[in-house]
Design a protein around this ligand. Structure first.
Ligand code: SF4
Length: 283
């Protein structure tokens, strides 16, 4: 037999072996999950008089993320009274193993007092309304009552043992929307800045601290301008007078060739500085 045929045969067997192994591993994983990682329902001791029923719920929340927020109790008793009871209760949504103590009301008393222990059964359905997931657990009534009467762990005990992460408090945030008035047709949008020539009249005198209604202030020369400690690099000064101010990564500097003849503009930058670190001396 030629060697290439032998090599192909070996390769074929290796591939078949890999496929079979993967299949077996997948089956084992499914079986493991079915046997050991199935969701669990634990009957606990209620602290709510005769109408309360506490239970714990465990499931693999990493594999099956869900927010459980509802429980449905169904009682089936075909040969006795009541023949069928269905109670539904909601609770704050839980995302990991949790226990709750639920008041199911007076109907629960009828369920617990049934005499048909071998013919009746009780079913609990945990529901995640948001995720559309349900987990169902069913007991013969005799078995359930045994667990119910023997339960000693409360919902609080369960949550403490399982380090249940309590729901984070929700804080309401206010949402605001600001909508500017529409510009009249044909007008070009202009920003009302003191350096915009179209608004110079409105801002005349603003540098002198007198407001828009003050008399226009006479310009002046500056002898020296400098930045004191505390610049927060907000860029305001450079936006107003880039020929004089240069904002670096961690501070602002005065350009070496800065023109000092427009004192009003330097004053405007100084007044715009939020931390008031722009200083200057008039000439
Ligand atoms: S306006 Fe003031 S804080 Fe802002 S970059 Fe200029 S000097 Fe710094």
């Amino acid at each position: 037999m030629n060697t290439s045929l032998i090599a192909m045969g070996i390769a074929f067997l290796v591939v078949i072996g890999l496929v079979v192994n993967l299949g077996v591993l997948s089956l084992l994983s499914g079986a493991f999950h079915f046997l050991f990682a199935r969701p669990k329902f634990l009957v606990l001791k209620s602290n709510i008089s005769a109408t309360g029923l506490a239970f714990g719920h465990k499931w693999n929340s990493a594999r099956e993320p869900a927010k459980f927020d509802k429980v449905k109790l169904r009682f089936f008793n075909p040969f006795g009274k009541p023949t069928h009871v269905e109670i539904e209760r909601e609770f704050a949504a839980k995302t990991t193993d949790f226990a709750v103590d639920v008041d199911f009301g007076n109907s629960l008393k009828d369920v617990l007092q049934t005499k048909n222990l071998d013919d009746s059964s009780i079913q609990f359905e945990l529901v995640s309304s948001k995720d559309g997931i349900t987990h169902q657990f069913e007991y013969k009534m005799r078995k359930f009552l045994e667990k119910f009467n023997q339960a000693s762990e409360t919902a609080d005990d369960f949550n403490n043992t399982n380090e249940y992460v309590k729901d984070k408090p929700l804080f309401e945030t206010t949402t605001k929307t600001f909508i500017a008035d529409e510009l009249p047709e044909g007008e070009v949008a202009q920003i009302a800045l003191p350096t915009n020539p179209a608004f110079q009249a409105a801002f005349a005198g603003a540098g002198g601290g007198g407001g828009a209604s003050a008399e226009p202030q006479e310009n002046f020369e500056v002898k020296k301008v400098w930045i004191a400690d505390g610049c927060i690099v907000c860029d305001a000064c450079e936006n107003i007078y880039p020929e004089v101010f240069e904002v670096l990564e961690d501070t602002c500097i005065i350009r070496p060739d800065a023109p000092l003849n427009d004192g009003l503009k330097i004053l405007e930058a100084a007044e715009a500085c939020p931390v008031e670190v722009i200083k200057f001396d008039r000439a």
